[in-house]
Design a protein around this ligand. Structure first.
Ligand code: PLP
Length: 434
């Protein structure tokens, strides 16, 4: 087998493990989203902002495990909280005082959130939001947007990355998604308020909820246009539809209070996961008490063996304490801004078209575009092959990036990592130009 070898970096052990894994794990990975990451590296440990692979290479990591590691790895305060909790209990399948502590904390931090329900993953919490919205409204249809990701289940993995010819109609995103399982899912292009208004005016009486990522982080980090998100909330209210913001990425990232705080919005329900517990398995659904009342009234259920597992509650509380530190989000935003400026400067110098989109500590880079994409369809014009080349060169400079052009910044990225990354960007653009 050929080994990936450059002057200073080898991935021999990763290649061996990948070959072994492919024999006994489908595609050799534990989530299909990871199968497009090339080369497929195996990591043995992580420390602060660094990942260490099994061949002894060190990388500054900007994947943050696809978002959760906002406080980096091996954070002493989070470790201590988790270690102490481990001595007392892992999970109980029963109530724990930390549930109340965390719920109080969340209702204090997240504007307009009156109650929270704990879950484990974003996918599960999204399903709970949809079920609650359906019970509350007595309607079945849900509205989602092209390019948005709300987990891997059949009713929402619809028009996630459609081909250009598939735009405009709800389409399955993988095999094993029978059409009847998403016939209640209506799909619209994003950042087009007129389309939402038109659909809700015509079919609002059938629609339980509209679900949206507040920043389209899963497809190019497109930003919402002025008034768009508030427009969705208002339109939903007018038609008795539940507004659901999927804050799995934006929560505890745009600001401590997520998109609710950052954009000053109060949707009916919001879904949190990823950064909420700094890398431990935790999700939460937050929103208006009147909507959650369908659970109290016994009209529906919200369930899960591991919901409210004590060790994850401890991790979430510790992560939120760390993120509550003075100037934390200002620093995250400044770092993201500095990186984007440097990328754009380096691209200009190299004579390459590049735009970046997003905000603060989550942004995407798009080669070949002149303007920030407004929605998923706009991202299709970007030069993905050039980004793949960029990513491969950056990896050999010791920078670990996601395969889709998205960058995540965490609090352990400091001036030293910024300086190193700027140099790596310069070297990489020199390589691309040559
Ligand atoms: N919602 C959004 C916006 C996400 O980005 C993701 C995962 O990336 C999910 C939901 C699903 O979360 P999980 O992977 O924890 O099930």
């Amino acid at each position: 087998m050929a080994t990936i070898k450059t002057e200073n970096m080898e991935h021999i052990r990763s290649e061996q493990l990948y070959a072994e894994a492919c024999e006994i794990i489908p595609c050799g990975v534990s989530s299909s989203m990871r199968k497009n990451v090339k080369p497929l590296l195996f990591f043995e440990r992580a420390e602060g902002p660094y990942y260490f692979d099994v061949d002894g290479n060190r990388y500054i990591d900007y994947t943050l495990a696809w978002g959760p590691l906002i406080a980096g790895s091996n954070h002493p305060f989070i470790n201590k909280a988790v270690a102490e909790q481990l001595q007392r209990s892992y999970t109980l399948g029963a109530q724990h005082p930390l549930e109340v502590t965390l719920a109080k904390k969340l209702t204090g931090i997240l504007p307009g959130v009156e109650q929270v329900a704990f879950s484990n993953t974003g996918s599960e919490a999204v399903q709970s939001a949809i079920r609650i919205a359906r019970t509350y409204t007595g309607r079945n249809k849900i509205v989602k947007f092209e390019g948005h990701y709300h987990g891997w289940l059949n009713n929402v993995l619809v028009s996630y990355k459609p081909q250009p010819a598939q735009l405009g109609t709800p389409v399955a995103s993988c095999g094993g998604q029978p059409a009847p399982e998403f016939e209640d899912t209506l799909v619209l292009p994003w950042n087009n308020l007129a389309a939402v208004k038109e659909l809700l005016a015509a079919r609002g009486h059938e629609i339980a909820c509209v679900i949206t990522e507040p920043v389209l982080a899963n497809s190019g980090c497109c930003m919402p246009e002025e008034g768009y998100l508030q427009g969705i909330i208002d339109c939903c209210r007018e038609h008795g539809v539940v507004s659901v913001f999927d804050e799995v990425i934006t929560g505890f990232r745009l600001a401590l209070g997520g998109a609710r705080e950052y954009f000053g919005l109060r949707p009916d329900l919001s879904v949190y996961a990823k950064a909420i517990a700094g890398g431990f398995t935790m999700a939460a659904l937050g929103g208006r008490k009147a909507v959650f009342d369908v659970i109290r009234e016994g009209k529906t259920i919200h369930a899960g063996t591991y919901n409210g597992a004590s060790v994850n509650l401890a991790a979430a509380l510790a992560t939120i304490t760390v993120l509550s530190g003075d100037g934390c989000f200002t620093r995250l935003h400044a770092y993201g801004h500095a990186l984007r400026e440097h990328l754009q400067l380096a691209a200009r110098k190299a004579g390459l078209l590049l735009v970046t989109a997003g905000t603060g500590s989550v942004f995407s880079m798009h080669f070949g575009l002149r303007e920030e994409p407004r929605n998923y369809a706009d991202t299709l014009a970007a030069d993905a092959a050039l980004f793949a080349k960029f990513r491969a060169l950056m990896l050999h400079e010791g920078i670990h990036l996601l395969p889709d052009g998205r960058w995540y910044i965490g609090i352990t990225h400091t001036d030293a990592e910024l300086a190193f990354t700027r140099q790596a960007i310069d070297n990489t653009f020199a390589g691309l130009a040559g």
